[in-house]
Design a protein around this ligand. Structure first.
Ligand SMILES: [Zn+2]
Ligand SMILES: [Zn+2]
Length: 140
């Protein structure tokens, strides 16, 4: 069982299943939304994630043409979750919001074409210049 929450504590969550994939994302949208060079997200079956608290949502168009929802705490601004209309039934959890970020291990990096020169690459994971053609049911 994994758990976590936002900076102010208004949003908390518990996750019952194992992650489908854990990925670093260097896309410009993640950089702007987080203020950091990359985000690291763990994808789970949405049914496995139980959330307490009311979140704000911001929707943005992805490069693929799908719509990405950024779900965040309206009080403290922590971004906790992401959803993509291309991948119904799953959601991404920002692993920095886990109570124990060491509980997961990144496996891939995507959109490395926009990794800033000052951000070291993670040589331990498979890297993709953009979004690989991959669906959750394919596994890693
Ligand atoms: Zn909060
Ligand atoms: Zn991204």
């Amino acid at each position: 069982m994994l758990d976590g929450g936002c900076l102010c504590g208004a949003i908390t969550y518990q996750i019952s299943g194992a992650p489908i994939v854990v990925a670093h994302c260097y896309c410009r949208d993640c950089q702007r939304a987080s203020g950091a060079a990359r985000t690291t997200g763990a994808m789970f079956r949405a049914d496995d994630v139980a959330i307490k608290g009311t979140m704000a949502e911001y929707k943005a168009a992805a490069e693929s043409g799908s719509t990405v929802s950024h779900l965040f705490c309206a009080t403290c601004g922590s971004k906790l979750f992401g959803k993509n209309t291309d991948m119904p039934g799953v959601m991404t959890v920002a692993v920095g919001t886990l109570n124990d970020p060491n509980a997961v291990t990144p496996q891939v990096a995507v959109f490395t074409r926009s990794r800033p020169h000052w951000e070291p690459a993670d040589a331990r994971v498979e890297s993709f210049e953009a979004q690989p053609a991959w669906k959750p049911e394919d596994g890693v």
